[in-house]
Design a protein around this ligand. Structure first.
Ligand SMILES: Nc1ncnc2c1ncn2[C@@H]1O[C@H](COP(=O)(O)OP(=O)(O)OP(=O)(O)O)[C@@H](O)[C@H]1O
Ligand SMILES: [Mg+2]
Length: 462
């Protein structure tokens, strides 16, 4: 339960909070304590002033004794002196410190509202006030009030006891809060750690709670989507391997079968020739398939690099047209090219020729005699559009989304004419995307197909 992170976060939180709380409590305590002391001293002075007022109204021996009697029952000590500090009445026995204090006063400087003559409650045994008695302008004496500092200390002790109790409760609550908080933060982290461990062990189906909408929720969502991606990739890889082995096995079966037949002595020369032709075609297809697969593997490993150059686009097209012209004549197809000479492409010329060749090859393979193919290059504001259309057999709507997938062929049976490897468009898409562009196909069964490449304007590579 106490994993490292929660412990670290918890201890850090604890110290920060305890320091803040300690500081605030300290300030509060000092303020409260000072207020209480001021209150005690203020009360003492007010009490002395009250006695002084009574005596100013009626300065008789009876009143003096009465005041002394009253305070003898209280926690305070009253000492009433004449104008020069000779004691007239005292409520309790007078300590030597009291006498010393009474005699140390400069009687002329005492204001009529009285003053505090001792407030060092920490060091002295008592605090004291002096209220002078003036009757009709005549200085008649002093009312000294003393209160034991034990009282003040008791009040402060009580206050500090209360603070200690509240402090302990606060620390307890802080610990509980931190414990819950760190669990709240670290538990999802631990779950995610567990999930990623599962992922690395090959279990790609992890379940995480992704309903939180904070950073931890986002992290959980990313891990879940990573696990889904890994799962999908694993499935794709298995499917791909299954199709690859199928793709390799089928031509090999043909080759082996026809090789066996060719060995037979009783075979007609023309048949032998025909079978050998099939063997040649199948081996060509096989080496083509392996070449394509190798290229795709390089693209996947990112060892595939493109070197962009600025070239007039019609120069990229020229070698392709020269290459396919004989096939076009043989298949009785026409090719119309619309590419203004001013258009320049910033592409890897060899790679791009491969893209166009793959697309044109498809158009030729899937267009009937006397069909028409057109290639149009248009300069848009911030991109280049290249569209290749044919009026051939088209692609059924439900097959269209898959034609860029690896090894995907609409016509599953391998007729001699259309039996490609199913990798041409996959390679084309990889190259176009490496150029930062997009490739899409639009088609209608029986009416024809149009492939559109959109290339954003880009910089020439160094
Ligand atoms: N212009 C087109 N007209 C009709 N179908 C097409 C066209 N272009 C592509 N297709 C369909 O899309 C599938 C995938 O094309 P792709 O070029 O990837 O593979 P392929 O031509 O079969 O093989 P490869 O190009 O590797 O020799 C083709 O098998 C074909 O069925
Ligand atoms: Mg093709």
């Amino acid at each position: 339960m106490f994993n490292k992170l929660s412990l670290k976060v918890g201890i850090l939180f604890f110290f920060v909070i305890v320091i803040i709380e300690g500081f605030l409590y300290f300030v509060l305590y000092i303020n409260l304590a000072n207020e209480r002391i001021d209150e005690v001293i203020g009360n003492l002075l007010a009490r002395g002033n009250t006695h002084r007022e009574v005596l100013e109204d009626n300065f008789t021996q009876t009143t003096l004794e009465h005041v002394g009697l009253m305070e003898s029952a209280s926690d305070f000590v009253v000492v009433i002196t004449d104008p020069v500090g000779e004691v007239i009445v005292n409520s309790d026995p007078i300590d030597p410190e009291m006498t010393e204090l009474i005699h140390s006063i400069n009687y002329d400087k005492i204001p009529t509202e009285g003053i505090v003559i001792e407030d060092r409650w920490k060091d002295e045994p008592f605090i004291a006030t002096d209220s002078p008695i003036n009757i009709s302008g005549e200085h008649r004496g002093h009312v000294f009030m003393f209160a034991s500092t034990n009282q003040v200390k008791k009040i402060l002790n009580h206050l500090s006891d209360q603070f200690t109790l509240i402090g302990l409760i606060t620390i307890g609550l802080t610990i509980i809060t931190i414990f819950l908080l760190t669990r709240f933060i670290t538990r999802p982290l631990l779950n995610m750690k567990h999930a990623t461990e599962q992922l690395s062990k090959g279990n790609h189906q992890v379940v995480l709670h992704t309903e939180r909408n904070d950073e931890l929720g986002e992290l959980a969502k990313s891990i879940t989507s990573l696990s889904n991606d890994l799962d999908r990739m694993k499935k794709e890889r298995n499917e791909f391997l299954a199709s690859i082995s199928h793709e390799l096995r089928t031509p090999l079966t043909y080759v082996k079968g026809y090789a066996d037949i060719v060995q037979r002595q009783d075979l007609k020369a023309s048949d032998r020739e025909a079978y050998l032709e099939i063997i040649r075609e199948e081996t060509t297809r096989l080496s083509m398939l392996i070449k394509h697969l190798f290229e795709l593997a390089k693209m996947d490993q990112h060892t595939f690099t493109i070197h962009r150059e600025k070239v007039p686009f019609h120069l990229i097209l020229k070698p392709i047209v020269d290459l396919i012209n004989p096939v076009l004549t043989k298949e009785k197809l026409t090719l119309a090219i619309a590419c203004p000479e001013s258009i320049e492409g910033i592409v890897d010329p060899n790679r791009f020729q491969q893209v166009l060749l793959n697309i044109l090859d498809n158009a030729i393979k899937h267009t009937h005699e006397h069909g028409h193919i057109s290639l149009e290059v248009k300069q848009q504001k911030d991109r280049l559009d290249i569209s290749i259309s044919d009026n051939g057999e088209g692609i059924p709507e439900k097959e269209l989304p898959y034609i860029f997938d690896r090894l995907y062929r609409v016509e599953k049976s391998r007729s001699r004419k259309s039996g490609g490897t199913g990798l041409g468009l996959t390679i084309a898409r990889e190259i176009v995307e490496a150029h930062g562009g997009t490739i899409d196909a639009f088609s209608k069964k029986g009416a024809g197909t149009r492939v559109i490449i959109k290339l954003p304007r880009s910089e020439v590579d160094e």
